[in-house]
Design a protein around this ligand. Structure first.
Ligand SMILES: NC(=O)c1ccc[n+]([C@@H]2O[C@H](COP(=O)([O-])OP(=O)(O)OC[C@H]3O[C@@H](n4cnc5c(N)ncnc54)[C@H](O)[C@@H]3O)[C@@H](O)[C@H]2O)c1
Ligand SMILES: [Zn+2]
Ligand SMILES: [Zn+2]
Length: 380
């Protein structure tokens, strides 16, 4: 239990998923006070990431409903639990779906952002005590990625939040809390794209377009965007793609076209769809000898990847990454600074702004593939 001076529980509105794929329902939820090393955050803006939609649709964890999704968010610290010195009430923060404890093997390694203590939470509870901080009439409501930002207030571990300057617009930097950072990090940190190289990106959503932006800023010579949605061509150009391929308009495999355009295969390929079949295609599209495929997508079905082993014997590498390999506390402030200095674009990825009460419309737009990011504005 938190100390005697700890704040009381709050009752607020949250968009609750009662069953997989069922429209979210605005409910009054009780948000407990933050436990030791946790903070309670008043959410200001939250955008909808494809991963929210994929998990909401998934029937793999039926026991984790009712559940509050949302993980791409900005907010203001409302109260702090025992032992928290890094944050004070009123601080502006971004939430993060993989935390940084700063002390585990991974956090001190310099090689990985897979924190052993605050890594991706899959059981719908808080890392520290495996319990929820949300309830409705005394019954637990499960979390998502230990963030759950589709609520006016949420509780996160202090290791899963990053302090940001109060001068940057909260309703845009929320995209840096997941999708944009994941894409930029895949290009810069994981692939470490070099100048003049050739790149192919499968899937031009927020994640893929952010890879494109990262590739362009690194001076890639050819950046091919592949998407089944023809509307992504124009947006792709705005984010740096030099060539667009719609695989549905081809009468040959897409990897053959990529190989032609890149003289034998791209130096780097990225899977930003969430389809393990596309992972194999991405691997086939990169060059033998040194081609690197970075896979970012979260598959809706069939989690196994299949590839002819000769693709690997001939020197290709397949690598995955979460949150672009960034360590949130160490690296995210630099990305926020880049946004503030207009070195990276984020605003062009926001296609819709809407009030919290319209959150189901944002889900519909995602389901119909008619948006990039919808930013949901919490009532203030
Ligand atoms: N690894 C991470 O840290 C991380 C972070 C955020 C999102 N993700 C995942 O990355 C993926 C992309 O996220 P997003 O928010 O950009 O999603 P999105 O749905 O906005 O974009 C996906 C794009 O892929 C296109 N597409 C669908 N099928 C295709 C196919 N067969 N070939 C080519 N293009 C196809 C769609 O038209 C769409 O433009 C999702 O799987 C998401 O869950 C991963
Ligand atoms: Zn996400
Ligand atoms: Zn750690």
């Amino acid at each position: 239990m938190a100390g005697a001076s700890s704040p009381a529980a709050i009752t607020c509105r949250a968009a609750v998923a009662w069953a997989p794929g069922r429209a979210l329902v605005m409910e009054e939820v009780e948000v407990a006070s933050p436990e030791a090393m946790e903070i309670r955050v008043r959410v200001v803006s939250t955008s909808i990431c494809r991963s929210d939609v994929t998990q909401w649709q998934s029937t793999a964890q039926p026991d984790l409903f009712p559940r509050i999704f949302g993980h791409e968010a900005s907010g203001v610290v409302e109260s702090v639990g025992e032992g928290v010195t890094e944050f004070k009430v009123g601080d502006h923060v971004l939430t993060v779906f993989i935390g940084e404890c700063m002390s585990c093997k991974h956090c001190v390694s310099g090689k990985s952002n897979m924190c052993q203590k605050l890594g991706l939470e899959r059981k719908g509870v808080m890392h520290s005590d495996q319990r929820t901080r949300f309830s409705i009439r005394g019954k637990p409501v499960y979390h998502y990625c230990a963030v759950s930002s589709f609520s006016e207030y949420t509780v996160v571990h202090s290791g899963c939040a990053v302090k940001v300057s109060p001068t940057v617009p909260m309703d845009r930097i929320c995209l840096l809390s997941c999708g944009v950072s994941a894409g930029l990090g895949a290009a810069w940190k994981v692939a470490d794209i070099s100048e003049g190289s050739t790149v192919v990106i499968f899937g031009l959503g927020t994640v893929g377009l952010s890879v494109a932006q990262g590739a362009k800023l690194r001076g890639a010579s050819i950046i091919i965007g592949v998407d089944t949605n023809p509307e992504k061509q124009a947006k792709g150009k705005a984010f740096g793609i030099t060539d667009f391929i719609n695989p549905e308009n081809l009468n040959e495999p897409v990897q053959q076209v990529v190989k032609r355009l890149t003289n034998g295969g791209a130096d780097y390929s990225f899977e930003c769809v969430g389809d393990t079949g596309v992972v194999s295609t991405a691997l086939q599209s990169c060059s033998d000898g040194w081609g690197l495929t970075v896979t970012l997508g979260v598959p809706k079905a069939k989690p196994e990847v299949s590839a002819h082993y000769a693709l690997l014997l001939s020197g290709r590498t397949l690598k995955g990454s979460l949150f672009g390999g960034w360590k949130p506390k160490s690296d995210l402030p630099l990305l926020v600074d880049k946004y503030a200095n207009k070195e990276i674009q984020v605003d062009g990825l926001v296609t819709h702004d809407m009030p919290f009460s319209d959150i189901n419309k944002a889900f519909e737009l995602m389901l119909e593939n008619r948006c990039l990011r919808c930013v949901v504005h919490m009532p203030q």
